[in-house]
Design a protein around this ligand. Structure first.
Ligand SMILES: [Zn+2]
Length: 380
């Protein structure tokens, strides 16, 4: 979702007009939606909301695309709704406001003056955003008795910004609720972690994640929804982004090319470099593709070492297709080759993690996977 560059209402007070606006009213309005598969978190929030004993700050954790921001937005919408009734709300785990009052309509249009969004700008959340937030929180909410601030991916803050946020969390002005999200708990200052109530979201079972994808993309086949769910590791938001960026065809083309036998060497090199280029174009999503390749090679290697023929554990089409792919992979490469492929994937993942040149990393990896370049162990 693109960050809004607008800032209006309360956030303008005390703002230096020459500074870039880094705090905004949220405009990613598509994200008020039912949450599936997170019953524990939903029940906890519904009970707390109904009791009226909300914490001053919540930290939503879980993998990217699992629904953290959606859940935070739903909570904000229900709390800001003019028809919100805590006594009626205890059963309403999916509460997202009445959808009709001025407040709900403002939330839908991204213009609610008491709902503010702070999200990474470039590499991360900037210190200026947190300073501006501190100023803003010094004023009372504009329309009601509550202001809600959603801070997305707070692990992207540098230490200076994190320390500034910490001061806000230590003494939040009354009438403000802070909702933080993070896909990387290890990247958070422990003091931030300890000053929020944590709501942990887990990746969904693949069938459920596929159902969410299908709800948003009814034109897709169920098989493609399942494949996207699998590729995203059960995170529907991530699966939807993959669909928009055509990641599934890329993964399927890569698999088909890798498992195709009998090509001339020049054709192999061309195929490898072409796919390396496509991976590079989608480098932000490439980690998921490498992860799935790793799982495939690991499974194929395991069946070779155990001397078993892979078979579906159940009778679903997906299980059958997965077993077929593992079978094709173990027939394509022997134990030594599979070990080398796994080592190549690991080395590429490590290189990408260290910010090595991705063009080079993908080209070397693909040439090794296509047997055009030998894998050289660092220990050799
Ligand atoms: Zn409402």
């Amino acid at each position: 979702m693109p960050a809004s560059s607008n800032c209006c209402g309360k956030a303008d007070k005390g703002q230096d007009q020459n500074k870039p606006m880094t705090i905004s009213q949220a405009t990613d309005k598509a994200m008020t939606a039912p949450i599936l598969g997170q019953g524990k978190a939903l029940r906890l929030l519904a009970r707390t909301r109904a009791s009226g004993r909300l914490a001053h700050a919540y930290l939503f954790t879980g993998p990217e695309g699992v629904g953290k921001s959606t859940l935070a937005r739903n909570l904000a919408t229900s709390l800001l709704c003019q028809h919100f009734d805590a006594s009626q709300d205890v059963q309403a785990e999916q509460a997202t406001g009445c959808g009709l009052c001025t407040s709900c309509l403002q939330m839908q249009s991204g213009s609610h003056p008491d709902f503010l969004l702070i999200e990474p700008d470039g590499q991360g959340i900037k210190i200026d955003s947190i300073r501006l937030l501190k100023q803003t929180l010094g004023y009372p909410p504009l329309e009601g008795s509550l202001r809600v601030v959603l801070l997305k991916e707070v692990h992207t803050m540098r230490r200076e910004a994190a320390n500034s946020l910490l001061k806000i969390l230590e003494e939040p002005p009354p009438g403000n609720l802070l909702l933080l999200t993070s896909a990387d708990e290890a990247g958070l200052l422990p003091t931030i972690y300890s000053r929020c109530q944590r709501i942990a979201l887990k990746a969904l079972p693949l069938e459920l994640a596929a159902e969410v994808v299908l709800q948003h993309k009814p034109d897709l086949t169920r098989a493609d929804c399942l494949a996207l769910a699998e590729l995203s590791g059960g995170c529907p938001g991530q699966a939807l982004r993959m669909e928009e960026e055509s990641i599934l065809p890329l993964y399927q083309d890569l698999l088909a090319a890798l498992l195709h036998q009998g090509r001339q060497e020049t054709e192999q090199v061309q195929a490898a470099l072409s796919l390396a280029g496509r991976l590079n174009e989608h480098r932000e999503m490439s980690g998921h593709i490498l992860h799935r390749l790793r799982i495939l090679c690991t499974n194929a290697l395991a069946t070779r070492l155990c001397g078993q023929t892979p078979g579906p554990h159940d009778q679903t089409d997906r299980a059958f297709r997965t077993a077929q792919t593992i079978q094709a992979t173990r027939e394509r490469w022997n134990t030594e080759q599979l070990s080398a492929k796994l080592a190549s994937i690991t080395k590429a993942e490590q290189a990408l993690h260290k910010n090595c040149n991705p063009t080079l990393v993908f080209e070397v990896l693909l040439l090794q996977l296509f047997d055009c370049l030998p894998f050289v162990s660092p220990d050799a």
